[in-house]
Write a protein that binds this ligand. Structure first.
Ligand code: HEM
Ligand SMILES: [Cu+2]
Length: 587
């Protein structure tokens, strides 16, 4: 039967006297400058969603220009490239990274491992405020002379800092300063997540009994702590190149007919540093999503996750491998072909642990008691979308396939599937799933399902045809589309269709926001554990969990978090902290 060890050796669980916990003394320290991970989580999530909405609106501008070139007078080439740049950077860094690690990480880690809070609450609070500052600085670049950077989200020098690129005046400086701050802020949060998982688990919560959500977020945090420094130094050096005239990344160059003072720098060095961060970034987003999807599937299919240990090892293997594949973003940079071979092999090798995870999800669903709740629908949507994006990733991982496709919309379609749509579906699923714990009320299921179907089908309507456009050679980051030589006539109608769908998908998110706000007051009361879930966060004495999460006594953990459909269990499932039952044998 299930893996149970009995720790009833008479030692009381760790107790914390009330006075030992820091206590909020005023409204301000309770809700604004709070050190409670749960409040910080909400702050992170709300900020990330708010700036994400800005990026969403920017994507409409891009799409409107592609479908109706020139129809909207204020979208000139500069505005277009600025929109592409800000959209990409905000979505990847300021929205996805922040919401997965700062949002879900803060909320779920302490609750899922039975801790009272993060181990460094003050630093945790500081992390959020630095992140907010970084976000505001980035947004401010829309209000400085020259506007935000239009260098593309990859910020490649030399063009990122030379005249002719929109935002080379102030935009790029603010962008780099903002990224530097973001990384400082993230590091403070990231150390918290890692140390908390390693040091603050409650009695009986061995590493191999942690929910996969925690494994995913933990591994992502470790990776981010290793990968972000690459971006950090790249940003500092590029900032020096731009402001002090150093030549880290800029070779001797003639600009507008004039020889500039730069000499000897290497633009390729920047690409290496950028992608040393940029590729792991995909998994910094994907691993938490993997973990959360595993938990959603298990709970809503009333079945233990298949191959738990394999899932853990796969997460770690993906984490390690993805640190050595960054060169697949540079196949067209002119690097030594032997490197191309190395990076292609490591890239394709990642498919192995990834496919193992996909098989395990599918086997978990096999003959399960699947409840098609909103969180489950989003989890299934993720599975399909991720597999879809993963397969085109296999194409692009091969040098000879990538070279002709690399500057086309095929790449844009690929990465939107795999790290645009797929993680966003998980974010929604996770919000529907954990909302009752956070607020004490359920979200409306009917609205949730409508929201799912419009978002899921709509996203496919936007990005599926994009593969085709890429294959016929439509370039990416290209301002003037219309019926130019690049764009076959058949693409014009498609482009219009995709743009209309993008607007529909975007506006349909209002259904979600309406649901989330209305349910705060009017949602059905959830009780402590509406999904009958086994993991620890659902076993708190109060819902929403109070300050310190657990009242006086920390829970004791006796088993793994996937005890579902257990014959003889009172309610078909066994929470992690339920004392051993008759018939369970110790391990
Ligand atoms: C409603 C959803 C979205 C739509 C309609 C959309 C649309 C677009 C479009 C049209 C482009 C420009 C393609 C080009 O010409 O190069 C683009 C670029 C990009 N998008 Fe999205 N996007 C969406 C969501 C996301 C999300 C969630 C992410 C997060 C990963 C994301 C990340 C990016 C990135 C990194 C770029 C590349 C920017 C660059 O080339 O510098 N997008 N998007
Ligand atoms: Cu990559």
């Amino acid at each position: 039967m299930t893996d149970v060890s009995i720790e009833d050796d008479g030692v009381p669980s760790q107790e914390v006297e009330d006075v030992e916990l820091y206590h909020a003394t005023s409204w301000l320290t309770k809700y604004v400058f709070s050190q409670d991970a749960k409040v910080i989580a909400i702050q992170y999530a709300c900020t990330a969603i708010a700036i994400g909405l800005v990026a969403l609106v920017l994507s409409w501008l891009i799409r409107l220009q592609l479908a109706f070139p020139g129809a909207i007078p204020f979208i000139d080439a500069n505005v277009y490239y600025q929109a592409v740049t800000m959209h990409g950077m905000i979505m990847v860094v300021y929205m996805l990274t922040a919401i997965f690690l700062g949002g879900f990480g803060n909320y779920l880690i302490p609750l899922m491992i039975g801790a009272r809070d993060m181990v460094f609450p003050f630093v945790n609070m500081l992390s959020y405020w630095v992140y907010l500052l970084a976000t505001l600085i980035l947004a401010a670049s829309y209000f400085v002379p020259g506007g935000p950077s239009g260098a593309g989200w990859t910020l490649y020098p030399p063009q990122a800092i030379l005249t002719g690129t929109p935002g080379h005046e102030w935009g790029i400086i603010l962008m780099l300063a903002s990224l530097i701050l973001f990384i400082v802020g993230f590091t403070m949060g990231g150390l918290n997540y890692v140390v908390t998982v390693l040091q603050a688990r409650t009695r009986g919560m061995t590493l191999m009994r942690m929910p996969l959500t925690v494994w995913g977020i933990f591994t992502a945090a470790v990776m981010a702590l290793l990968a972000f420094p690459g971006l950090f130094v790249a940003c500092v050096m590029l900032l020096l190149d731009r402001t002090l005239g150093t030549s880290f990344f800029v070779p001797a160059i003639v600009e507008m007919g004039e020889r500039r003072d730069y000499s000897g720098g290497s633009p390729i060095l920047f690409q290496h540093l950028f992608w040393f961060f940029g590729h792991p970034e995909v998994y910094i987003v994907a691993l938490p999503a993997f973990g959360m999807v595993s938990d959603l599937i298990s709970v809503h299919a009333r079945k233990n996750i298949f191959g738990y240990r394999m899932m853990v090892w796969a997460i770690l293997a993906i984490g390690i491998l993805s640190m050595v594949v960054w060169g697949h973003h540079m196949y067209v940079s002119g690097m030594n072909p032997l490197f191309g071979f190395f990076f292609a092999v490591t890239t394709l090798a990642i498919a192995v642990p990834t496919a193992m995870k996909v098989y395990n999800w599918v086997v978990t669903l096999w003959r399960a008691d699947i409840h098609f709740t909103t969180p489950m629908l989003f989890a299934l949507g993720f599975l399909i979308t991720f597999v879809n994006g993963g397969i085109t990733g296999l194409y692009l991982g091969n040098v000879i396939v990538d070279v002709p496709l690399s500057a086309t919309l095929f790449v844009v379609a690929h990465f939107h599937m795999v790290m645009g749509i797929a993680p966003v579906l998980v974010i929604f699923g996770a919000i529907y799933h954990w909302y009752p714990k956070i607020t004490g009320r359920m979200m409306d299921e009917r609205l949730g399902k409508i929201h799912f179907w419009i978002t899921f089908l709509g996203a496919y309507a936007v990005f599926f045809p994009m593969h085709y456009l890429g294959l016929v050679g439509v370039p990416r980051r290209f301002y003037e589309m219309g019926e130019t030589a690049f764009v076959p006539h058949s693409a014009v109608g498609l482009n219009i269709f995709m743009t209309v769908m993008a607007l529909i998908v975007g506006f349909s998110q209002l259904i979600f926001f309406y649901n989330a706000f209305k349910s705060l007051k009017h949602g059905a009361l959830a009780g402590g554990n509406p999904w009958r879930a086994a993991s620890l966060e659902w076993q708190t004495p109060e819902t929403p969990p109070g300050h310190g999460n657990w009242g006086k006594q920390l829970p004791i953990v006796y088993r793994w978090p996937y005890g579902y459909s257990i014959p003889g269990a009172p309610d078909d499932f066994l929470p992690q902290n339920a004392p051993p039952q008759r018939g369970e044998h110790a391990t």
